[in-house]
Design a protein around this ligand. Structure first.
Ligand code: AMP
Length: 368
């Protein structure tokens, strides 16, 4: 691309859809660059609103409120991928929406996402569209069991998906989709889960952070190990996959690309892409303490037309999410050396709720 674009200068205002912790950390990073944020969110408990210059509390389908919000900002971004297409269209009449409509449409629908990846020559688990029980039975006959049936839309953290362990379970699994369009994926016996957080600027420049390894508990990210222990060729390939996705989507901003690492010696490619999130990503939180420019600042730089920051890590890191009551340990955590503590300002520590995270850093090459 390399076109000259005018940057949004310090003093500019960024609109953010969504008021959770990602919006909060984006707003904090924007403040560091002399930019201010306006949060748009229907909820009352607003971690992002606490640290932003302005808040609009309204529904995502309130056309009038959306237009009024967008008229106050220089650019609109979002902290969640399920922004309705119509919402993005209304906003785009008043301010650029970054990442754009193509990134949203592709990542909102697991079938569109996997079809896009396949068209770029990027490997995924085998997949097939499932609209009827017959589609499901045919796909199961092709992929075998186990397999995973997922809703095409609105699924995250393992929600909206059923594992099918034997062919007789097809009917029950299909019923669990409650009529929603679905996708069947062959179950891939991966060795580890890794991800790449990367950014693309308005000038087409790409900057990828080191690939990291993610460990989940109860379908929620528990820890991220940075960097992932990988052969250089595999790490380079993971970064290259992220770069291809960013470029082909003509993307602006940060993306999180989740991948399965297949066991060494297995037939087929080592890396399969599971999904991509068109936003800052939980597996990129470690960059706040282990890189000069965090993923949050990088996203702000990218959507505002600033030069991207250097994604090199100065330290190794282990990021641990504080889920529910974990946050009660804040005093002990705050006393730990070489530990960044990040709390989200949420009023109630419900089980399963992300309340904060800590990032423990280690000199490069020495993480446990
Ligand atoms: P997702 O909601 O697609 O991110 O899936 C949630 C988790 O389910 C992933 O992090 C994997 O641990 C597991 N998973 C999803 N799809 C597959 C698959 N095709 N094969 C094996 N495990 C999977």
């Amino acid at each position: 691309m390399n076109e000259r674009v005018s940057a949004i200068p310090p003093g500019g205002r960024i609109g953010i859809l969504g008021g959770g912790q990602l919006g909060r950390m984006l707003a904090l990073a924007a403040a560091n660059l002399g930019l201010t944020c306006h949060i748009y969110c229907p909820d009352a408990d607003l971690p992002a609103g606490q640290v932003s210059a302005a808040v609009t509390r309204a529904a995502y389908d309130d056309a009038e409120a959306l237009a009024a919000f967008a008229a106050t900002v220089d650019v609109v971004t979002y902290e969640f991928e399920n922004v309705p297409a119509e919402t993005a269209r209304i906003l785009a009449r008043h301010a650029p929406v970054r990442p754009g409509a193509l990134a949203l449409a592709t990542s909102q629908d697991r079938l569109a996402e996997k079809s896009f990846l396949a068209a770029q020559g990027i490997a995924t688990a085998p997949f097939a569209a499932v609209d009827t029980l017959n589609d499901l039975e045919e796909a199961l006959a092709r992929f075998g069991v186990p397999a995973i049936l997922k809703t095409r839309r609105m699924g995250y953290d393992g929600k909206g998906q059923v594992k099918i362990d034997n062919l007789a379970g097809a009917g029950e699994a299909f019923a669990a989709m409650k009529g929603a369009p679905a996708i069947l994926e062959g179950f891939v016996p991966f060795e580890r889960e890794i991800s790449v957080v990367a950014a693309r600027g308005l000038d087409g420049a790409v900057a990828a952070y080191d690939p990291v390894e993610n460990v989940h508990r109860h379908h929620i990210l528990h820890q991220t190990f940075a960097p992932a222990t990988l052969d250089k060729a595999v790490a380079d390939q993971a970064r290259a996959i992220a770069e291809t996705i960013l470029t082909r989507l003509d993307y602006a901003g940060v993306i999180g690309v989740e991948m399965f690492l297949m066991p060494e010696g297995s037939s087929g490619p080592r890396l399969l892409v599971n999904e991509m999130a068109p936003r800052v990503h939980n597996s990129g939180h470690w960059t706040q303490n282990a890189c000069t420019v965090s993923q949050f600042e990088q996203h702000i730089r990218a959507i505002c037309g600033w030069p991207l920051g250097d994604p090199a890590r100065h330290s190794d890191a282990i990021m641990t999410n504080l889920i529910g009551d974990d946050v009660k340990d804040w005093q002990a955590l705050a006393a730990e050396p070489a530990t960044g503590v990040h709390l989200y300002g949420k009023s109630e520590a419900r089980p399963g709720r992300k309340m904060g995270h800590v990032t423990r850093i280690y000199p490069r090459g020495t993480r446990p």
